[in-house]
Design a protein around this ligand. Structure first.
Ligand code: SF4
Length: 450
């Protein structure tokens, strides 16, 4: 279907926060009267919402942009607009490596995308190379209501704050997304109600640091109160907490994790490392001791807790012994879901000036060794679930005719954790108990529990 305003397709890259940006921009575009199409090969305009976090993600963003520009040169797409995290900090790279883009709209100016599209649709022309990147916009608290959702209907990401005040030496996000700012609580609750009315049963709480919530706006950490209010939202059955910062986890939050039935016993808490000297060079503010004490408190007070975490391997100065200490920490089973990134030497991060940088092949080798240990640990855990009952939410059809339904357990976040395949066909968004009959390593096979 076409309107005078034209059709718009979106390519959304990066983290769940960028996905929410895409959904919010899509909602604004549709409200403006543009037709949103999944078919970017024939769309009038393609928007590539970029990720600028790591060298690898910038390369991926450039690949997508240039593929769309090639389509434009073949007469398919009329215009290519670049949005997202690359625009603010990597304009010269975009100008040099993606000169064919028609407009650049920075992540903090995402509400202005509609203006660019309207100008395009009215005049058919765009002042060559529009670039919107207002530094003051870095302080804006955004409204993510009225989204056009990309995720399956039954789960939704809910952003509770923007930006970050931490100073992790390897990270450029504060320079991209600005200082930490909490969303007003009432706005979050209204957004959650809107998502529930739109069919969401699972809310996945995201931020750069979700545990910092309220410190700026209410003068104290109040995530536990916000989560308790979200648990009262009709239609929401599961609340999953992502991006907790280890030094910001409060006793009140732990108590809520233990007692609030809708708050899943699941916490994603990036630790980045376990060796104290490495944590110090990362400027994480935590040590091995503080981390171990926190994990012990979580394990003791929240029975059946699933602890997910991510790590960086090959950080400048990481010795063989410190890397072995990290592997031992994973082998010891302190983390239920573990992932790792190879250190990326970002020239805009403080870590760029550190000494003791490791050769690329050593970093790659350590990343491989870490993923191997994490995989063995996860396979051991999944094997131990055979014969037990777990609760799952169904996602939709699987590729396996014998186990036609794909699902996720309370211990699995979308896209990054394990899946469960069910022996029977069940509609998406159904929460039910199942019995695990077999482990396939990362995936589990299950049947409805009698
Ligand atoms: S907490 Fe650290 S790693 Fe995470 S966004 Fe903030 S500065 Fe970056």
């Amino acid at each position: 279907m076409k309107t005078a305003l034209g059709t718009v397709a979106f390519i959304s890259l990066g983290c769940p926060k960028n996905l929410i940006d895409s959904e919010t921009m899509l909602g604004q575009i549709a409200a403006e009267g543009f037709v949103v199409t999944p078919d970017y090969e024939s769309a009038d305009v393609v928007v590539v919402n970029t990720c600028g976090f790591l060298d690898a993600s910038r390369k991926e963003s450039l690949e997508h942009i240039n593929r769309m520009v090639a389509l434009k040169e073949q007469g398919g797409v009329k215009r290519v607009i670049v949005a997202g995290c690359m625009v603010g900090n990597y304009r010269p790279m975009l100008d040099e490596s993606a000169p064919g883009a028609d407009a650049l709209v920075s992540v903090n100016d995402r509400v202005k995308l509609v203006d660019v599209l309207r100008e395009l649709s009215v005049s058919g022309e765009l002042a060559r190379s529009v670039a919107i990147s207002d530094p003051d916009a870095r302080g804006t608290v955004y409204d993510d209501r009225a989204r056009l959702r990309i995720t399956p209907r039954h789960y939704a990401y809910l952003r509770i704050s923007e930006g970050c005040d931490h100073k992790c030496s390897f990270c450029t996000i504060p320079s991209i997304r600005g200082r930490f700012r909490s969303k007003p609580r009432a706005q979050i609750i209204e957004e959650a109600n809107e998502l529930a009315r739109d069919g969401a049963k699972e809310l996945i709480i995201v931020a750069q640091d979700s545990t910092y919530y309220g410190l700026d706006s209410e003068g104290r950490k109040s995530l536990h109160e916000l989560l308790a209010e979200l648990a009262k939202v009709n239609g929401i059955d599961w609340i999953r907490l992502m991006y907790a910062y280890p030094t910001q986890v409060t006793d009140e939050l732990i108590a809520l994790l233990a007692h609030e039935p809708k708050l899943l016993g699941y916490i994603d808490m990036p630790l980045q490392h376990i060796a104290t000297p490495v944590l110090a060079r990362m400027r994480r503010g935590s040590t091995r001791d503080t981390t171990m004490r926190l994990i012990e408190k979580l394990r003791t007070r929240v029975p059946g807790l699933t602890l997910r975490s991510t790590f960086i391997v090959g950080f400048p100065g990481e010795t063989d012994a410190q890397f072995e200490e990290l592997l031992e920490f994973i082998r010891a089973g302190h983390i239920d879901r573990a992932g790792a990134f190879p250190f990326s030497d970002e020239d805009r991060a403080a870590s760029f000036t550190l000494d003791g940088k490791l050769p690329e092949d050593v970093i790659t080798q350590r990343h491989r060794a870490f993923m191997e240990v994490a995989r063995e640990d996860l396979f051991r855990r999944n094997e131990a679930l055979v014969g037990t009952n777990i609760e799952v939410i169904t996602e939709g059809d699987s590729q396996d005719p014998k186990y036609p339904t794909e699902a996720r357990s309370r211990a699995d976040a979308p896209e990054i954790d394990c899946t469960v395949r069910l022996k029977t066909k069940v509609a998406p968004g159904t929460i039910l108990p199942v019995r695990v009959v077999r482990s396939m390593g990362y995936d589990l096979l299950a049947e409805p529990a009698r």
